[in-house]
Each structure stands twice: as structure tokens, then as C-alpha cells.
Write a protein that binds this ligand. Structure first.
Ligand code: FAD
Length: 314
């Protein structure tokens, strides 16, 4: 990073009272526990500070990545000569009747337990995601037939330096996708509308979902959930069908419990995981003509295009 820009960013973080670290790495900020050091990592703790720093980052034109809990991010092992903005300190929310407004860094697990206590239904799946609200919105996260799209009323974003509110219909939610994956927008907060239920019913649904998750997914290992997806086909089933469960590179392998997961089983590097992802994409394309998209966000890899294989077929 240009020294003048770096100095400018550092002095801005002092002025705005944003914690800045020069020694952080993706290994401590992602659920995979892998990835290189980051030149500058920022931890804004209010929406006002997040807005100020995002405006500045866009103005100076530096490479940056926003991180929630890093549960859908695979960052390369190389040093990242850019800025990571971590949102987890923006963790306030308000509940009014069946409506909840949550800042982007609110933990989905914490939110789910509040919804349960309030007897509000429709967001039970949030308890199964090791995520922030912002990250869950970007990837339209969900499981067991529920997804975040169904409970979103509107999303407040920073776009081109302006704060805007997008109604749910404008967010272009689809399978593991939204407008926020394709446009340079920072999700600031989200307004949810839940359905009336009872504490007992919601807690029971959460317990059932969690039991199903731990019975079918390798939660004992570090991962980023399912790494690939396709709009119409179950990619996990096809990986299983090809006999690729247990396929290993270095310290990473295709989970033997759930073929959609690539897990860090023994001090894996990001490259080990990346090579498996690309191998699976190639195998799916060659055997079935399926162009699977990467669900996990690849950061600081030379070839970051999710459409690398899609370009060849379909
Ligand atoms: C064990 C395990 C199980 C999982 N199970 C599921 C599952 O069942 N269903 C599912 O959908 N996912 C699942 N995941 C994946 C992951 O939890 C979700 O994708 C989650 O929504 C990511 O949230 P996050 O806060 O960690 O986002 P991150 O991983 O930090 O970020 C994801 C993307 O969103 C961007 N982003 C984050 N916050 C903002 C913001 N405020 N503004 C703009 N961009 C932002 C990031 O830059 C990145 O591109 C699982 C992961 C793990 C580890």
C-alpha cells in the first residue's frame, strides 16, 4: 500500500477513534483459521465510525474487505496489502413488537436467542449460522428451508457515500446471492419482520435444527460451511456420488460426513483448501457439465472469479 495512503488511514483512525491493528491476520478472523497477515485491520464500534471509514477507503481507492465473523471467507496465505474492516463491534439491535432492527455486526446466534425469548418465529435458522447479520444478508444465508430473505423488510446500506434504504424486493435475493455480492455497498443495518409464535415453539425448532446440523455436518472441524453451490442442483450429492468424500490436499479434506464441506483437519493452509475447491469444480464440470459457483468468498487469490469454470460451459 502506498505509504502516504497508509499514513492517511492511520491518522483518520486516530481522529475517529477506531481501533487499528497492524499485526492481525485472517487466521484469527475467519472460521477456517487460515490466511495471511493483513496490512491494516480496523474495528469500528459504531455506525457513524463505519460510515466515515468506508467513505475514506472508497475515496483513497485502497483494496479492502469487510469481515463479519469470517465464516464464509477463505483468504490466501499471502500477506494482504489492504484493509480489513471488522464489523463485529456494531452489535446493537432493537425489538419492537414483531419488528427487529439490527446493526450489521450483530451475531445471528445471539439474535436467534432473543427472538426465541420474545416468541418470534421465522428466524430459527439464524441460530445455526456462525454469522453476523451483514454477512448473512450478503449471501442470503439459510438452512432447512428457511432463508434470511423471507424475514427481511429492508436493508440500510452505504452506497457511493450515501446512506440508502433498500426494500427487500430491491435486494435481488436468490439462492446464496443478493445485490450486495455484486455492488460495492456496505450493509449497515437490517430491518426484520418476524411472525408471532411462542417461546417454547421457537426454542424447540432451534433445538431440532441444531440437532440435525450436528448429526449431518462436521461441526467439530474448522470450515466455512458448504464451499460450492448451484442454482438448481445439489452439488454435495454429486461430490458424494463421485466418491470424493475424504479427498485430501495437505491438511484439508472433503468432509467424510458432508460432501459439501471442505474442512481444516490438520493445520491446513488456505492453499490446500483452495486447491480442493478448484478440483471439485473441475470434477463437477467434467463429469456432469455443472458449473458450480463458490459460496465461500475468496480473498487475495490471484484468480478470484467465481465464474472461472462457468466461462467454459453452460
Ligand atoms: C460450521 C458452518 C456452518 C455453516 N452453515 C451455513 C448454512 O447452513 N447456511 C448458510 O447459508 N451458510 C452457512 N455457513 C456459511 C456462513 O456462516 C454464512 O455464509 C454467513 O452468512 C457468513 O456470515 P459472516 O458474518 O461470517 O460473513 P463473512 O464470512 O465475514 O463475510 C461474507 C461476505 O459478506 C461480506 N460482508 C460481511 N459483512 C458485510 C457488511 N456489513 N457489508 C457488506 N459486506 C459484508 C464479506 O465481505 C464477504 O464477502 C456456515 C459456516 C460454517 C463455518
Amino acid at each position: 500500500m502506498d505509504k502516504a495512503i497508509f499514513d492517511k488511514l492511520l491518522s483518520a483512525t486516530k481522529k475517529y477513534k477506531i481501533e487499528a491493528r497492524l499485526d492481525a491476520g485472517f487466521d484469527k478472523l475467519t472460521t477456517y483459521g487460515t490466511g495471511g497477515k493483513i496490512a491494516l485491520t480496523l474495528f469500528p464500534d459504531s455506525e457513524r465510525k463505519l460510515i466515515k471509514i468506508m467513505r475514506l477507503l472508497n475515496r483513497v481507492g485502497v483494496t479492502y474487505v469487510i469481515l463479519g465473523r469470517g465464516s464464509n471467507v477463505l483468504a490466501s496465505d499471502d500477506p494482504f496489502d489492504g484493509v480489513a474492516v471488522v464489523t463485529t463491534r456494531l452489535n446493537r439491535f432493537v425489538v419492537h413488537k414483531n419488528v427487529v432492527i439490527a446493526q450489521c455486526g450483530v451475531s445471528t446466534v445471539a439474535l436467534a436467542s432473543v427472538l426465541a425469548m420474545q416468541g418470534l418465529g421465522g428466524g430459527e435458522f439464524l441460530a445455526c449460522l456462525p454469522a453476523t447479520v451483514g454477512g448473512a444478508i450478503v449471501g442470503n444465508a439459510g438452512c432447512f428451508g428457511q432463508d434470511i430473505k423471507a424475514i427481511v423488510q429492508s436493508v440500510t446500506v452505504l452506497s457511493n457515500g450515501h446512506v440508502k434504504r433498500l426494500k427487500s424486493e430491491k435486494c435481488q435475493f436468490s439462492k446464496r446471492d443478493s445485490i450486495f455480492k455484486h455492488r460495492n455497498m456496505t450493509v449497515l443495518s437490517v430491518k426484520f419482520a418476524l411472525s408471532p409464535s411462542t417461546e417454547e415453539t421457537v426454542k424447540k425448532k432451534i433445538a431440532d435444527m441444531r440437532a440435525k446440523k450436528s448429526a449431518t455436518q462436521p461441526l467439530e472441524y474448522r470450515s466455512a460451511g458448504c464451499v460450492l453451490y448451484h442454482d438448481t442442483v445439489s452439488v454435495s450429492r454429486l461430490i458424494d456420488e463421485m466418491g470424493l468424500k475424504g479427498y485430501r490436499v495437505g491438511g484439508a479434506e472433503v468432509s467424510t460426513k458432508h460432501a459439501g464441506f471442505v474442512v481444516n483437519i490438520d493445520k491446513s493452509t488456505s492453499l490446500d483448501i483452495y486447491l480442493i475447491i478448484r478440483y471439485l469444480q473441475r470434477a463437477l464440470l467434467d463429469r456432469y457439465g455443472i458449473a458450480a459457483k463458490t459460496e465461500v468468498r475468496l480473498v487475495n487469490f490471484k484468480e478470484e472469479s467465481n465464474d472461472l469454470f462457468a466461462k467454459r460451459k453452460e
